[in-house]
Design a protein around this ligand. Sequence first.
Ligand code: S3P
Length: 435
Amino acid sequence: MQWLIPGGAALSGSLQVPGDKSISHRALMFNALANGEAQIDGLLEGDDCLATARALQAMGVSITRLGTGQYHVHGVGRHGLAAPTAPLDLGNSGTSMRLFCGILAPQRFASTLVGDRSLSRRPMARVIRPLNAMGAQIAGKANRPPLTVLPTERVLAVRYGMPVASAQVKSAILLAALYADGETQVSEPAPTRDHTERMLAAMGVPIAVDADRHLISLTGPADLQPLSVSVPGDPSSAMFFVVAATLAAPSGVTIRGVGVNPTRIGALEILRHMGARIEIRNRRDVGGEPVADLHVQQAELTAIDVPEALVPLAIDEFPVLFVAAANARGVTRFNAIGELRHKESDRIAVMIRGLRAMGITCEESDDAAVITGGPSRGAEIDAEDDHRIAMAFAVAGLTASQPLILAGTETVATSFPGFVTSCGSLGWTIEEMSK
Ligand code: S3P
């Protein structure tokens, strides 16, 4: 599927974005391991979360769709999963693959985890190493999927200092620690999204967070109580509209019901440093997660040196932050962003290639990018089957002097089904053309 994005649209109005991907995965997985029944509302019905649901169903968990985004999960308890009879296909989803490693590592049955072409290229040593140190037996050729997980009699508590800031790795270790005797301690080099800690605590798991030392402790073995969850709107999906409105919404845009967990909104802070006008309104708490409405008005952006401390808190937003930089006055520098090379695509390389095709001056090195803001032209760009690259270039098309043609957009359904319709609701028309 190709998109044609005509330049020069003006956005206005209000919208809601689909449910948070990270929280949706966790609500399904953790409730599947709980002793009892729960209801999830606002679940993201994107391909990634549906892959998680199917994998759990393949291990005997009953998950029933009650309506749009509304699911009933009948937990089987920590020891209630059944051996899958076929490899578990996790599609494009790194979160599913890494968190399932943590859940499956302590099981007494063997399993195999597979993914699509993009997922099969992604590094898994970061999760295999700590889990195998706990006594698991996980292996993959060159530490990449497909992964085989051998049966384990028991896993051991560990103290582990993570070399990379990764919420997925942290979560995998904490999930395995639910099965280990004693206290597991995980420390992160910098804070990452904390949905696992919040949800496990709400499910009655003894978990403690030392925020100053970026240290999380969990005492196992620990059972989970079911937790009915209302999933907030995904701030990562909202951010495409935050940047779009900053560039092209003379009368403003409101995005309702967005998760504003401080570990997820580094991009808002970066954009504010650049001069964006974003108001956080109507803050409330929904099931242990902070939620608010974002009101965004058009603004002129100025280049900055992006503070490195904000990188893990904005990790999924860099494609659209690059687009903001391409529209800012001056030279924006992004440092310590090497992790972007290990996402659904090499996001530094793919973004720089596309922005150059649009006439933007930019440079990349191993773990950095430098982007000089300026006028852009239309181009034909391949999003390389990376959902966030596709949506970021849709935003870039708003200010280009000619239409942008974007290929490789199908994976947008992994995190934002209905993206094109949502754009249309704000007066921003994207034409979908089958190739
Ligand atoms: C996620 C964590 C992040 C993020 C991904 C979702 C999660 O990855 O990029 O989209 O749900 O834990 P890392 O933790 O590997 O940085």
